[in-house]
Ligand binder design. Sequence first.
Ligand SMILES: *Cc1c(COP(=O)(O)O)cnc(C)c1O
Length: 467
Amino acid sequence: MTGFKTIIEPFRIKSVEPIRFTTPAQRAAALEEAGYNPFLLHARDVLIDLLTDSGTGAMSKHQWAGMMQGDESYAGAESYYRFEAAVRDITGLRCVIPTHQGRAAERILFGTILQRGDIVPNNTHFDTTRANIEAAGAIALDLPVAEGRQPQLRVPFKGNLDLAALERCLTDNAGRIPLVMMTVTNNSGGGQPVSMENLRGAHDLCRRHGVPLFLDCCRFAENAWFIKTREPGWAEATPLEVARAMFACADGATMSAKKDGMSNIGGFLALNDERWAERMKNNLILTEGFPTYGGLAGYDLEALAIGFYEALEEDYLRYRIRSIEYLGDKLTAAGVPIVQPTGGHAVYLDAKAMLPHVPPAEFPAWALGCVLYVEGGVRGVEIGSVMFGRQPDGSEKPAAMELVRLAFPRRVYTQSHVDYLGEVILQVHALRHRIRGVRMTHRPEVLRHFTARFAPVQGKLLAEPGA
Ligand SMILES: *Cc1c(COP(=O)(O)O)cnc(C)c1O
């Protein structure tokens, strides 16, 4: 902190990656070529890429220097022991199993312990978590608090789990729940944080029912910052102390270190139960690699061992959370509807509120994402009826919310990029009455948002002025 009001980026830039400027006409052509699916664009045609915050961050000079110290020994590499020490220090969990990313940790965890018909409650399952539970024949159950489903409501911990519902679930399904999970922050629920009170409540319930509690801890540092700044009693604690108190509620954790590991790849599964860990390591050897590298290079483990601590630095977290809030404030002041309050890693535009004239069957959030790209070269991701509308029986049902998520890569963009973003979104908001929907011309059956193709229902994304 400087004592001044302006929060500056807590870094200076030593290596730059040029971004390529294109015209709206070039972008319109690129988007048409990509079947109006931003996932199918070449990244070089994108000016500001907010598709995801996963693995897209910039590493520090300490991480790059650490990579040169990578020990590439197949077994027992020093880099592994540094990685293990960092994870143990922060989480307090004894057995540390490295994986190449989060979903590998999920597959190993669920593939080892779940039986057909089991239930796994969570505040809200992330899509890969849900898919891995369902692949094991079990049921992924979401139990978010009611406030979590109201985009405009401003309360501090909208990521919380409904403890009364969890208690009923544990009582009614004794013997069918091998573990409970909590996702911090709650990614699918708008990047909203979970309070320490809620974590401790879940921990108590789980202990009374003899069920282990695991954290899906991809954004543990961002969650720790929200507890420090929003929850009474935590203001004086460091983010590391808050994180340790969060993990003290847990018997295990799965991590995508592409998020708060501040690295481009990596993850882990950590737990206290040695018998479970033994079985999981056997599973790991089968698919990921030997337990001291788990599908990663020695240099990746070095970058992670350093990155976990950098994610917990106060100056970094203050800048990170503020840059999201800064965009949110600009948009809110101009009347652009977004999910309130802004969460840890993204701003979510509320397309249902912005484009009431576009019906869900014409995918308003998808159309809005396309217009953002053509107008300003900005790429976000739809979280709406394209992603969630297809039912298991093949029928269509509108999603509960029609959102465009603008996720911020870590340490990549500066304030002028965010100012530019604000300007683009305001311009698109001014055009909102002219925005028309899209129809799906190619409909893949699974995870269709990645590969579907579209066409504007009226031949163009924007109707003529006054039309
Ligand atoms: C990203 C993410 C995952 C999956 O991690 P990958 O590294 O993408 O496999 C799991 N849970 C949450 C909450 C995530 O954000």
